[in-house]
Design a protein around this ligand. Structure first.
Ligand code: FDA
Length: 305
């Protein structure tokens, strides 16, 4: 119930104003975001990659409904990727892009054109892009866009949300040679008819999807902090004799950092999802919804304890 309320609040202008203007919530949000500027993102990327981790960078700002903001977000990504190229970080850092940040809600073709410009910039910087998966209404459009982009940029990553009832089918379609697929549980609210809503069912679906991806020919990117699922992933690695460079774990910046380092030290590839920018509200609310205990941090910051 708390999860649903927090996800509903992530779309509420009133809640946004309270959270954004409260004196210390920005400090709490900083636990999950690298900062507000591309320089902050590059600094954190340099630190993480120096510690043997990989990075994927998200320029915050989603669900835009005007062309100007879609263009601004596209340019921010291109500038970021140029910077990664100049600083020689392209081999260890890619970009994660939300299509709603670059115009999907206005026009699928506009989002495709903007995403293509970002993919071109990524290729010039020696890296690639993964298209994040958002609300369930956008899934078909996002998968169409992944397939279009892969014509010129075959390494573009797709995301499957295990909470979707069709998740296993999406994984089977995407588990082909060279196909990079991030598997995550799913961070949005979705109706019962479309998505599993009980944690147990989502976890079981994650395991079924992982089995399909790990048995397939693609490159699985297992995005979870859940220790039970990580244990199962390790067992599947052995079962399918997968070398460490044929898949990766992914985790969010600010969540289980010791586990990120433990896995990397064991020889696994671990990519950290690093978000940055001014527009942190929706991203932050999803992080609260994932672990309502995080709310305690907010309440403490509000009462100044
Ligand atoms: P679960 O939520 O069960 O958490 C397991 C444990 O991890 C918790 O008990 C806690 O210890 C820790 N934990 C998890 N989240 C935490 C948090 N916010 N704060 C503190 N501790 C936390 N979703 C989506 O819909 N589309 C997408 O494109 C992506 N992309 C993506 C990329 C990457 C790299 C990651 C790691 C995640 C995503 N997600 C996502 C989010 C994902 O769907 C999911 O909401 C979160 O990863 C939380 O799920 P877990 O698998 O970690 O399990």
């Amino acid at each position: 119930m708390i999860r649903r309320a927090l996800l509903a609040a992530s779309h509420s202008g009133g809640a946004r104003r309270i959270v954004e203007t409260a004196p210390f919530t920005r400090d709490v949000a900083r636990r999950f975001i690298a900062g507000e500027t591309a320089a902050d993102a590059a600094r954190v990327t340099g630190r993480l990659t120096g510690e043997g981790l990989l990075v994927t960078l998200d320029v915050l700002g989603e669900d835009v409904h005007d062309k100007g903001r879609a263009e601004t977000n596209t340019v921010k990504y291109i500038e970021l990727l140029d910077r990664l190229g100049e600083e020689g970080l392209g081999a260890r850092a890619e970009a994660s892009v939300k299509l709603t940040a670059v115009g999907q809600a206005l026009d699928e073709d506009l989002a495709l054109d903007n995403a293509r410009r970002i993919c071109d910039a990524a290729a010039s910087a020696g890296t690639t892009v993964t298209l994040d998966m958002e609300e369930h209404e956008t899934v078909d459009s996002t998968l169409r866009t992944v397939h279009e982009l892969r014509r010129d940029h075959p390494t573009v990553g797709a995301v499957v949300q295990a909470y979707l009832r069709r998740a296993e089918e999406y994984c089977a379609d995407l588990a082909y040679e060279g196909s990079r697929v991030r598997l995550c549980k799913g961070a949005y609210a979705a109706p019962e008819a479309i998505a599993f809503t009980e944690k147990d069912d989502v976890d079981k679906s994650f395991v079924r999807c992982m089995k399909v991806l790990m048995a397939g020919k693609g490159y699985p990117m297992l995005a979870t902090h859940d220790p039970r699922l990580i244990d199962i992933a390790e067992a599947l690695t052995l079962l399918h004799s997968r070398d460490a460079d044929t898949f990766e774990y992914q985790m969010l910046y600010g969540v289980r950092p010791q586990e990120q380092r433990r896995l990397a030290a064991s020889g696994a590839q671990v990519r950290v999802y690093v978000a940055y920018g001014h527009d942190w509200y929706e991203y932050f609310m999803r992080r609260l919804a994932e672990k309502p205990a995080n709310l305690r941090l907010v309440v403490r910051s509000l009462v100044g304890a």
